[in-house]
Design a protein around this ligand. Structure first.
Ligand code: NAD
Length: 448
């Protein structure tokens, strides 16, 4: 059985790959297990050096990796370049983190108590198709820095950048068996990694539905899991905000990556007193989003990942459409940038669309804004736009979500923790926080 990899902007086949099954998964886990003792014992300084070499190779091959990602996901090349830049930054960061992941000494009676940060062993990394290499690096960086070996399973639709990275890993001098990439189905390769007794932990990013199944299946071996799942984030715009700036930025908080972004601010909550003015500005700004050939430097939005996904996205658009943009004619899984007026009870405000569709929802006052922002099973990201600093902090503390920005729509930085509340998952990626979930604390008491 092989996997056909398609360019979503042209519908052309770009690769035909062998698909791994259960036997190949077991073999990859065995290779990772064999490589573990030697990798764990690499001197911290040398492990850091190897990760830094990998970061440099990613930089040197940045354009090549960005083109692979752009063609395989249909994402605009400018965005793909930024993502690969982040991948290099992530490896640089974790190269620097290797020697700063300290243990503790704890005051105790009759002796000395020390803690060690031990690697877990073999970790399984399962990632989605929307930011293939970026999200892989968020897991690989801390996993390798802590001394684990890994089996990485990219999404079936987008395996190409991970396969290229695996070659760069070897070129960097990281030993064979430390990083293993498997192309295969989630229900086969992914499921086998989750149940495999020699896999100590699963780092998963994907849908809440699959994440729930992974959490259940991991119980069989008391496997550690971290879950980065779906989102339905709110972009909260108060009447005292810089409305022009908020409206100019809001489209890119939903339509970047054609809305296939777990952090998409797909609920735009606007105070009723400025709702009409904001809606006008938002429509104008959305009209300016440049949709087209992902290979063009000026393009801001490409197609969706697949025909099937386009059908799912389309099923959400049946209410009051405020604006629907243009798309190229011809092949490609295109879907227009779409603004819909809704209430927080509508399906479009409750479920993750994962496409370029935003719901505009009015609110009355601060308490109502917080209530509506929190009225969702998710809690991944969000934004607050106001000129009142105290209000920004009050609302930031009141919204149950893992990553917020004030007067900005950014979510991820290589040095700061990223992850969800509620059904958006648990565990933190990026920054020093990610090291916690790729290591165990060992406590040792020495009687003196
Ligand atoms: P998905 O859950 O369908 O698949 C994710 C990965 O899990 C893929 O590699 C898939 O092959 C694998 N998988 C599928 N079934 C499996 C099983 N039974 N056992 C083990 N692995 C299995 O998600 P997707 O469609 O690829 O990605 C979109 C989803 O990912 C969205 O819900 C989005 O919000 C979420 N996402 C979350 C974050 C985050 O950081 N919170 C980031 C990006 C995407």
């Amino acid at each position: 059985m092989s996997v056909t990899v398609v360019n979503p902007a042209t519908e052309e086949r770009i690769a035909e790959l062998e698909q791994a099954g259960v036997d190949e998964t077991d073999a990859a886990v065995a290779r990772a297990k064999e490589a573990f003792p030697a990798w764990r014992d690499v001197a911290p300084n040398d492990r850091a050096r190897l990760l830094r070499r990998l970061a440099t190779l990613v930089e040197e091959h940045g354009e090549e990796l960005a083109r692979i990602e752009s063609q395989n996901v249909g994402k605009p090349i400018s965005g793909a370049r930024a993502e690969i830049g982040m991948v290099a930054n992530v490896f640089h960061f974790y190269a620097g983190a290797v020697e700063k992941h300290y243990g503790e000494t704890i005051p105790v009676a009759g002796g000395v108590d020390v803690t060690f940060r031990e690697p877990l062993g073999v970790v399984g990394l399962i990632v989605p198709w929307n930011f293939p290499l970026n999200i892989s690096s968020w897991k690989l960086g801390p996993a390798l820095a802590c001394g684990n070996t890994v089996v990485l399973k990219p999404a079936e639709l987008t395996p190409l950048s991970a396969l290229r990275l695996a070659e760069l890993v070897l070129e960097a001098g990281i030993p064979e068996g430390v990083v293993n990439v498997l192309v295969g189905k989630g229900s086969v390769v992914g499921a086998r990694l989750v149940e495999h007794p020699d896999v100590a932990k699963i780092g998963f990013t994907g849908s809440t539905e699959v994440g729930r199944g992974i959490m259940q299946a991991a119980a069989g071996t008391i496997k550690r899991v971290t879950l980065e799942l779906g989102g339905k984030s709110a972009n909260v715009i108060f009447e005292d905000a810089d409305l022009e700036a908020a409206a100019a930025s809001a489209p890119y908080a939903v339509f970047d990556n054609a809305g296939q972004d777990c952090c998409a601010r797909s609920r735009i909550l606007v105070q009723r007193s400025v709702y009409d003015r904001f809606a006008e500005l938002l429509v104008e700004a959305t009209r300016d989003v440049r949709v087209g050939d992902p290979a063009d430097d000026a393009t801001e939005m490409g197609p969706l990942i697949s025909a099937q996904h386009r059908e799912t996205v389309a099923s959400f658009v049946n209410g009051d459409v405020l604006f629907s943009g243009e798309t190229p004619s011809g092949p490609g899984y295109w879907f227009p940038a779409t603004l819909v007026e809704a209430s927080n009870e509508d399906r479009i405000a409750r479920e993750e669309v994962f496409g370029p569709v935003a719901a505009l929802i009015p609110f009355e006052d601060e308490a109502d804004a917080v209530r509506q922002a929190n009225d969702t099973p998710y809690g991944l990201s969000g934004s607050i736009w106001t000129r009142d600093g105290a209000r920004a902090l009050r609302v930031a503390r009141a919204i149950d979500t893992g990553v917020l920005s004030v007067n900005s729509n950014s979510s991820v930085r290589h040095s700061t923790p990223f992850g969800g509340f509620k059904q958006s998952g648990f565990g933190r990626e990026l920054g020093m926080h990610a090291l916690e979930s790729y290591s165990e604390i060992k406590n040792v008491y020495i009687a003196t």
